[in-house]
Design a protein around this ligand. Structure first.
Ligand SMILES: [Zn+2]
Length: 329
């Protein structure tokens, strides 16, 4: 009798655990995991392949990734070529057809974002490690963060319709938090998020004195010339009006050379660049060299959730980047 009761209790426990995490989701980056967790709440278990301060372009196709993906119902990547070096290998190694490229369990959020720097002509290796589908660092504009969150919610709801209502509610509250962080709660209440984003997209937000949040914090930096290391920051720069005048990489993915750095020094001083923004996984040597020549500050900022202890989630990522930019300017 005791054994039976024990078995029944065990079965009930298993059933309740399954109910707690109906969807098992694996994402490539920690940013996607953070957004997905916000939407999934207690209904989904979410983990990312990349943790810590790793370059999202470069990841080894480890067997442990394949076994984690083998049990997933949904695999979420940025797409646009960011994971091109390893996605196919880990998906085929996982032998999980539900998440194969093109299947319902495979989502590339880049397909739902607005895209910058899509090359017009044909792409050759001579152009460097360039992404033929456009710049994949889409998540660094919170506007794309909204589009990403909606795409994830829709896919989760279609794979798990029983929890669709919860996913939709969680999406609404995530968007509300994101909009309030971007513009301030009061401005969102007064104008509505849609109109604020329209003004931001049109570049007419500057005239609205009641706007708070990241938009207000970044307003003094609008129009300022900056230098970046890799072309990671285009979306952030576009959203907040920063002018990227040079990059330390001579071509995307190639290490800085003395000749190119001399050119960066020239352009940087002509344009009055006072900030050099770099990713945490590169050496500071080139940034410090240029900064010393032109009297600029180096800002090492997280590109992703987890790159910096303060960047705990997607909203915290922008809080951290913006605080670092403000402190250096
Ligand atoms: Zn890149």
């Amino acid at each position: 009798m005791k054994t039976i009761r024990f078995l029944l209790a065990g079965a009930a426990l298993l059933a309740s655990q399954a109910a707690f995490a109906d969807l098992k989701i694996v994402t490539t980056t920690a940013d996607l995991a953070s957004i997905t967790r916000a939407i999934g709440g207690s209904k989904a278990s979410v983990s990312s392949l990349i943790t810590g301060a790793r370059d999202p372009h470069r990841l080894e196709a480890k067997p442990s990734f394949m076994s984690r993906i083998s049990g997933a119902s949904l695999f979420i990547a940025v797409g646009l070529g960011l994971e091109v070096g390893y996605e196919r290998a880990i998906l085929s190694g996982s032998a999980n057809r539900r998440v194969a490229i093109g299947a319902a369990g495979n989502l590339h959020v880049g397909d739902y974002c607005y895209i910058l720097e899509k090359p017009a002509g044909s792409v050759s290796r001579a152009m460097g490690d360039i992404h033929p589908e456009g710049n994949p660092h889409v998540w660094l504009d919170p506007y794309n963060g909204r589009l990403i969150a909606k795409a994830i919610e829709e896919r989760m709801s279609s794979l798990d319709p029983g929890n669709a209502k919860a996913y939709q509610q969680n999406l609404e509250s995530f968007l509300d938090r994101l909009d309030s962080a971007m513009f301030g709660k009061a401005a969102v209440g007064r104008h509505g998020a849609q109109r604020l984003w329209e003004w931001s997209n049109a570049g007419t937000l500057a005239g609205k004195s009641d706007v708070g949040g990241w938009a207000a914090q970044m307003a003094p930096l609008s129009g300022k010339a900056i230098i970046t290391y890799h072309r990671s920051w285009s979306y952030l720069a576009r959203r907040f009006g920063l002018k990227v005048v040079e990059e330390l990489e001579p071509k995307p993915g190639l290490e800085p050379t003395p000749g190119h750095l001399a050119e960066v020094v020239k352009v940087g001083s002509q344009q009055g660049a006072k900030l050099i923004l770099q990713e945490p996984y590169f050496s500071r040597r080139s940034s410090d060299f240029v900064a010393g020549r032109i009297g600029a500050s180096v800002v090492v900022a997280p590109l992703s959730v987890g790159h910096d202890p303060a960047a705990k989630d997607y909203i915290g990522l922008f809080d951290t980047i913006i605080a670092k930019l403000k402190a250096a300017s």
